[in-house]
Design a protein. Structure first.
Length: 61
């Protein structure tokens, strides 16, 4: 019947469809941004470590 013929023609077209162009791979670039509060926290952490290493009581901030 007509419907079956139409289905087969569409089926054949789907089998013969051209290949899609390949996407270029995304080059991974690491993000080196550090939030400002992280810098302050790291500096504070270092001060506390330094004070403890030298036998001092860490200063309060």
């Amino acid at each position: 019947d007509q419907r079956q013929e139409l289905r087969w023609s569409v089926h054949k077209q789907m089998l013969c469809k051209p290949e899609l162009p390949r996407k270029r791979r995304h080059l991974y670039v690491p993000n080196s941004y550090i939030a400002p509060h992280e810098k302050q926290r790291a500096a504070l952490r270092w001060e506390v470590r330094w004070d403890l290493a030298h036998g001092r009581t860490p200063r309060k901030h």
